[in-house]
Ligand binder design. Structure first.
Ligand code: BES
Ligand code: MN
Ligand code: ZN
Length: 459
């Protein structure tokens, strides 16, 4: 990870003027005539993310003006470092503590690049932000590190991010923070009664797994994270068409995100008992693949008729959620790239979340807004659970017709969550469709900055 920040008082740094549209005229009239003329000639109108490089008389870079538009996009600062030469920069004028913290985080997030497969990585040196006094640089770096971990894991293609490699990443994280990690592999899943994780993964040459990471004091409040770790989702025998399969290396995005969140929690030393459960499987096609019409007996004991082998995520999560529920955690969160329907409902950028707990819902919405990590609640609408009934088993894994697919998927998971637990399910996309200012197309962290803020507030 590049060093994002420089400490104040360590030599020269180039000033960056944040300029909102409402402050543009005032800023222009406070500048020397030559700067105002340059800004006008360059058509700088404080557009969001617009970077104006202001030269000195000798042609060296003297200052930057950074457009904020109406100033309501706190992570906009991620658009800046990618546009700057290596060197030190400082923000001109005071930001309040909250805006400063998000500006520093945005700066760090904007320094991400995924270059594992490039022969010629870009320059080693990075622009650095001189931290304003009221900003906690360690905290911004910690959050960025968690986000980068999630992005790296998602971006790594499935041929190099199978069950083994995903376990290795969890083992490295566990070693870094002295956490314990228990791994069940292949047939061990049957011996320990995780039949649905096994069934989804049984067709792959790379056997399925369950990771169980624990950290912290055993008598502290219990927080359990569950992440969908489908290392590739072909759809199984209900094979996906090419377009639908193309991005399915990212189907372990829930696992990647809970590992990123675990990094933040452990690095910050929050006073909680963390457990991370990651069911891992490759949803593959072969002669021994599970089939449409098969009936599986879940860890919880409920039988599940397979209406569609492409609804595999909810099967492996169901066994993990049943296990998570047995020790009655104080908070239970699951993150999963679970449905295309969640995208149809809210698009790529806003993950829906589901919880029966009104207090938790309000808290999540508040932290999502504050951290600029958008989330939107969708309902666990009980009447739709009827659609998951099966004629010959306790449940079907899909509904007919597929309307409200994100909701029915969440209702399916709820069947396996212990009564009365404080639980939330996040149906994330874990992907940026396009590159843009401060954003590389590819894997993305979603929901974990909001969740970290919530846990940090509590513990
Ligand atoms: N991993 C997919 C969901 C997905 C697809 C997430 C595209 C993000 C982008 C999941 O396993 C899946 O295939 N879901 C099906 C469920 C359906 C068969 C009920 C879907 O959403 O089409
Ligand atoms: Mn699927
Ligand atoms: Zn999937």
């Amino acid at each position: 990870m590049p060093p994002f920040f420089a400490r104040p008082g360590q030599g020269q740094s180039i000033p960056v003027w944040p300029v909102a549209k409402s402050g543009l005229e005032a800023w222009l009239s406070a500048q020397p005539d030559s700067v105002a003329a340059w800004a006008r000639a360059s058509q700088f109108r404080a557009q969001a993310g617009r970077v104006l490089k202001i030269p000195a008389a000798d042609g060296e870079l003297a200052a930057i003006a950074f457009g904020l538009d109406d100033g309501d996009e706190p992570l906009l600062w991620r658009a800046l470092p990618g546009d700057l030469a290596p060197g030190a920069y400082h923000i001109e004028g005071a930001l309040d503590a909250k805006a400063g913290q998000l500006a520093a985080l945005g700066w760090a997030l904007g320094c991400y690049r995924y270059e594992r497969y490039k022969k010629q990585p870009k320059a080693e040196a990075w622009p650095q932000l001189v931290l304003p006094d009221n900003v906690d640089g360690d905290e911004a770096s910690r959050i960025a590190a968690g986000v980068f971990l999630a992005r790296d894991l998602i971006n790594t293609p499935s041929n190099d991010m199978g069950p083994q490699e995903l376990s290795d990443a969890a083992a490295a994280l566990a070693a870094q923070f002295n956490a314990s990690l228990r791994i069940l592999t292949g047939e061990e899943l049957l011996a320990h009664n995780y039949p649905m994780i096994y069934a989804v993964g049984q067709a792959s040459a790379r056997p399925p797994r369950l990771l169980d990471l624990r950290w912290g004091h055993m008598d502290a409040p219990k927080v359990t994270l569950v992440g969908k770790g489908v290392v590739f989702d072909s759809g199984g025998l209900d094979l996906k068409p090419s377009d639908g399969m193309r991005l399915m290396k990212k189907d372990m995005g829930g696992a990647a995100n809970v590992l990123g969140l675990a990094h933040m929690i452990m690095d910050a030393g929050l006073k909680l008992r963390l457990r991370v459960l990651i069911p891992i499987a490759e949803n593959a096609v072969s002669g021994n693949a599970f089939r449409p019409g098969d009936i599986l007996t879940s860890r919880k004991g409920l039988t599940v008729e397979i209406g569609n082998t492409d609804a595999e995520g909810r099967l492996i999560l169901a066994d993990a959620l049943a296990e998570a529920s047995t020790e009655q955690p104080d908070f239970l969160f699951d993150l999963a790239t679970l449905t295309g329907a969640a995208r149809t409902a809210l698009g790529a950028e806003i993950p829906p979340f589901f919880t029966p707990d009104e207090g938790l819902a309000a808290e999540l919405a508040a932290h999502a807004a504050k951290q600029a990590d958008p989330l939107w609640r969708l309902p666990l609408w009980k009447p739709y659970a009827k659609g998951l009934e099966s004629g010959i088993a306790d449940l079907n894994n899909v509904t007919e017709g597929g309307m409200a697919g994100a909701i029915t998927a969440a209702l399916f998971l709820q069947q396996f969550v212990g009564e009365g637990l404080v639980w939330a399910h996040f149906d994330i996309y874990a992907w940026n469709a396009k590159s843009g200012p401060g954003q590389q197309a590819g894997g993305e962290a979603m929901a974990i900055r909001a969740l970290y803020a919530l846990l940090r507030d509590r513990f």
